[in-house]
Design a protein around this ligand. Structure first.
Ligand code: PEP
Length: 252
């Protein structure tokens, strides 16, 4: 019912030449989009190149790593959601832990961005974080659902159906230490329950929840076997096309 979704996050990496090489290498190597949907989240400077590539390859979708909540105006240095939608960007990652940590993005700001992305016809990938210190018991896991509740304030059920949630424990990001299948399922189940409380089962059955945090070609299969996990969000392992291809094929 939910098409698996693999979205690589390049972060602030790669040169133009490396982007060209990456796109040349993945051509013809990604799975059938009816079975697995694949996307790359590139920094803004590469979105033009990426969207041009995606126009000729239905196996890949273009994602942005962030955008602003206004379409235009005097916001020096920001990226317009209207402009990237016009370019052909399909998804926008919002609230990544690095955005929250280094750029002080609040849940309120992310909520405005979610609405801006949806109103421009794109799909937000709403990231929610946790810290190791906070993960003690199931009952204490509200830290993972609160950002989801805040990000969705004022979002209609019709729009909520389309969104993707990224469960990304910051202690697992870039550390080489992935959360276990059990830990991931526990959090993703809780996120789905939260969506059900907010919008009902019809919506929660449609929302895709992906996991990010040291995903690689070896652990992707186990992660993808969890019932409430609909995909993965690899960072480091999306930089090399060979690794990304393997992950999109669930490690095969
Ligand atoms: C990320 O960038 O969101 C991420 C999960 O990175 P990594 O796969 O390197 O842990």
């Amino acid at each position: 019912m939910r098409t698996p979704f693999i979205v690589g996050n390049w972060k602030m990496n790669l040169t133009m030449k490396q982007v060209d090489d990456f796109l040349d290498t993945i051509k013809g190597q990604l799975p059938d989009p009816n079975n697995v949907e694949c996307a790359i989240a590139a920094s803004s400077i590469y979105l033009d190149k990426l969207t041009e590539y995606c126009k000729n390859d239905v196996h890949l979708k273009a994602a942005a790593q962030n955008c602003f909540y206004k379409n235009s105006g005097a916001y020096t240095g920001e990226v317009s959601p209207m402009a990237i939608a016009d370019m052909g960007v399909s998804y926008v990652m919002l609230g990544h832990s690095e955005r929250r940590k280094y750029f002080h993005e609040s849940n309120q700001m992310i909520n405005k961005k979610v609405k801006a992305v949806l109103s421009n016809g794109m799909v937000p990938i709403i990231c929610c974080d946790e810290t190791m210190a906070k993960r003690k018991t199931y009952d204490e896991m509200n830290w993972v659902v609160n950002p989801v509740i805040e990000a969705l304030k004022g979002v209609s059920a019709e729009d909520a159906k389309k969104i993707v949630i990224g469960y990304e424990p910051s202690w697992a990001i870039g550390t080489g230490k992935s959360a276990s299948g059990k830990e991931i399922e526990e959090a993703c189940f809780l996120i789905r329950e939260t969506i059900q409380d907010l919008y009902g089962k019809e919506v929660s059955d449609l929302v895709r929840i992906v996991y990010g945090g040291s995903v690689n070609a070896k652990n992707v299969k186990e992660i993808m076997s969890q019932p409430d996990v609909d995909g993965v969000l690899p960072g480091t392992s999306s930089l090399k096309p060979e690794d990304f291809i393997k992950i999109t094929n669930f490690g095969k």
